[in-house]
Design a protein around this ligand. Sequence first.
Ligand code: ADP
Ligand code: MG
Length: 217
Amino acid sequence: MMPALTTTDIAQLFRELASTIAAARDELCRLDGVIGDADHGIAMEQGFTAASKAIDALPPEATLADQWNAAAKGFLNAVGASSGPLYATAFMRAAKAAGARTELPLAEAPGLIVAMAEGIQSRGKAETGEKTMVDVWAPAAANASQGTADGLRVRDIMQRVREAATQGAEATKTMVATKGRSARLGERSLGHIDPGAASASMVLAVIAADWSKRDAE
Ligand code: ADP
Ligand code: MG
């Protein structure tokens, strides 16, 4: 049987995201303290906690689209920082890609990463190389679509997504920020990992681990 991703799986994924990001809160605030305003860990923790709660509050007949839209609304309402609208748009794009159904073939799951990355880029207008979360989401999405086009198994695609995300976050150290709050630091942003890129790589690592595991089942 072809593995699927169900609404139960998505609810569980968001619980995992909320707990992983909560555990990383102080680290993310520390990174943001160096080149931003030190609130990124709090924003992400509150956002993912609210997103997960919003999903868990849905009736059992809710669709995948309902879940991602509820996550978007929950995240946006909980977060005043710039990551709020960026992730809310990502989740709304995922809602559209997932559709009004209660499960999707796991082979379509990498497409949700592509949709989220597109949402972040269309909302924030950042390109790669500007030292933002796009430096993680864009290469991860590129590997997700390439792996799908090459007909790879989901767990192999997720392995590549994870590698691209880790490398993307690390690469932000060598970049000068030109978007967002840290852009005002100019050259002084060099040498430091972008907090939004760091959290994006954690988010993608959780997603990749979860979907790889479902592929192996
Ligand atoms: P704020 O800067 O409002 O305090 P956060 O601390 O939650 O917001 O998030 C900061 C992160 O947001 C940055 O590290 C960067 O990765 C990301 N970011 C900022 N502006 C943009 C943008 N225009 N496009 C994509 N990501 C962005
Ligand atoms: Mg901040």
